[in-house]
Unconditional design. Structure first.
Length: 240
């Protein structure tokens, strides 16, 4: 899990360095795949339920599951979400970041930072003895207090030998409710935060999830190990 997590996190650094105006989302995907394979790992997303690429790359009002395309060109002012998984020796990492491209609006930057900070609110609640609902409550109460909303139709999850495992980890919930957390559980905790309403819909391609009201959305995800104290972040190789 540590190796898979490190490779996943490094693949996101490759994406961060490659994202600039004029580059296609396919170009980013090709670089991510090449890096993962160079490490002796395989892209967890490629072929998963038929997904045709190594990364999900979602721009602006696209929340998750954007399909890389040579026709989708990144522009100044976009916010670009990259979600990556790498499988190494039978175990998976899963991580996502939201990258601003050039000069973006102050509100977009605030959305990105609130989303990141909501993950760290979750980290305070994610420890052995607490419950899944403590994580969701921490994320949503923080996000709402900042005037944004959390996506409710898609959730975090356990991760390990399979990319998606039990338990589900919603970004909302009631403190003290849900499955208990134990040391050494490995979870993908991933706030998806909308500037407007929480409602989302799936585009005609059957994959890409977008905000129903067209507002911006941000995503921040790490694979973590639950412990008796602070969680261990496996995919955060550069603390950004
Ligand atoms: Mg992910
Ligand atoms: Mg995930």
């Amino acid at each position: 899990m540590r190796h898979a997590g490190r490779i996943t996190g490094e693949a996101l650094l490759v994406a961060r360095d490659a994202i600039k105006p004029g580059v296609s989302t396919k170009d980013i995907d090709v670089k991510i795949r090449a890096y993962i394979e160079k490490c002796g790992a395989t892209p967890s997303f490629l072929g998963y339920n038929g997904f045709p690429a190594s990364a999900c790359i979602s721009i602006n009002d696209e929340v998750i599951h954007g399909i890389p395309s040579d026709k989708r060109i990144i522009k100044e002012g976009d916010i670009v979400k990259v979600d990556v998984g790498a499988r190494y020796r039978g175990y998976n990492g899963d991580s996502a970041r939201t990258f601003p491209v050039g000069k973006v609006s102050d509100e977009a930057l605030r959305l990105i930072s609130v989303t990141r900070d909501s993950f760290y609110e979750a980290m305070k609640a994610a420890r052995a003895g607490n419950r899944i609902g403590d994580i969701g409550y921490a994320v949503e109460s923080f996000v709402i207090s900042n005037g944004f909303s959390v996506v409710r139709d898609f959730v975090g999850h356990g991760v390990g030998a399979n990319l998606h495992e039990e338990p589900e980890v919603p970004n909302f919930g009631r403190a003290g409710r849900g499955a208990r957390l134990y040391a050494n559980m490995t979870l993908a905790i991933e706030p998806m935060v909308n500037k407007g309403l929480a409602n989302v819909k799936v585009r005609d391609n059957g994959w890409t999830v977008v905000t129903e009201d067209g507002s911006l959305s941000a995503h921040y995800e790490n694979t973590v190990i639950i412990t008796d104290t602070d969680p261990i972040l496996l995919t955060d190789v550069d603390n950004y």
